[in-house]
Design a protein around this ligand. Structure first.
Ligand code: DX5
Ligand code: ZN
Length: 236
């Protein structure tokens, strides 16, 4: 048995003047989720888009919208992003004092709940909120910009998180974000990732379907001998 690999292209590297078409490109590639990077200019030193844009592009894709909130006080915005069409909502541990409460709020809104850790944030403490997470998003760059290089030391954190999740027998998915390309994807999957976010590497690729096929085929055998999580368990 092997864990399925999910691919989540980030529209941060798409042509914003043609977002509807870019979403169709993502669907045609065979990718699994659309990753949407929301930045507020405070939590990260960049600005992107908010609920109105997500609501407008929602009808251009049938894929799950995986919304990564790089914003202060994400709890104030959860319903707005859910109403706009988010299927999965990820908040940053560093942005929340009462993270468990907000993870529950996300699930109560009917979305899958995700918790994100910046590169320097240790896994300690995460263990106690893992049952409330449908996925953990491990940042392998400092958030704020696409096109950065993967921070190699964080690959060890993915492996530690894999052991933690498997040790607790949880179905929580590990999603990895930042600097992932064809060259390093295999190592990230081998460390224990389930979901690969890919921005610049996806959009600069000419043969997008071949890239996604290649990543799907790179599934790593599950050492525990059981499927990690069925596709139905990972969709909201
Ligand atoms: C960075 C974002 C990423 C970004 C990834 O803050 O969270 O999702 O789009 O882009 P690449 O794959 O180019 O590093
Ligand atoms: Zn992201």
């Amino acid at each position: 048995m092997s864990r399925p690999v999910l691919v989540a292209p980030s529209i941060l590297s798409a042509d914003f003047a043609r977002l509807g078409e870019e979403l169709q490109v993502i669907s045609r590639s065979g990718a699994d989720w659309v990753h949407l990077d929301v930045m507020d200019g405070h939590f990260v030193p960049n600005l992107t888009f908010g609920p109105p844009l997500i609501a407008q592009i929602r009808r251009h894709s049938a894929l799950p919208f995986d919304v990564h909130l790089m914003i202060e006080r994400p709890q104030d915005w959860l319903k707005a992003y859910r109403d706009a069409g988010a299927d999965r909502l990820t908040i940053h541990l560093e942005a929340c004092r009462h993270v468990q409460r907000h993870l529950v709020q996300i699930r109560e809104l009917g979305a899958a709940a995700g918790l994100c850790l910046n590169p320097q944030t240790p896994l300690a403490g995460l263990e106690y909120v893992l049952p409330d997470c449908d996925h953990v998003l491990v940042m392998t760059v400092n958030p704020g910009f696409g096109g950065q290089s993967l921070l190699e030391p964080v690959v060890g954190k993915i492996a530690d998180l894999r052991r933690m999740i498997d040790g607790l027998g949880l179905p929580t998915l590990i999603e990895v974000d930042g600097g992932i390309d064809r060259g390093n994807a295999q190592r990230i999957l081998a460390a224990g990732a389930d979901v690969l976010v890919m921005g610049s590497a996806f959009f600069r690729e000419q043969e997008k379907q071949a890239l996604v096929d290649h990543l799907h085929a790179a599934a790593i055998p599950n050492k525990r001998g059981k499927p990690h999580a069925g596709r139905s368990a990972r969709s909201p």
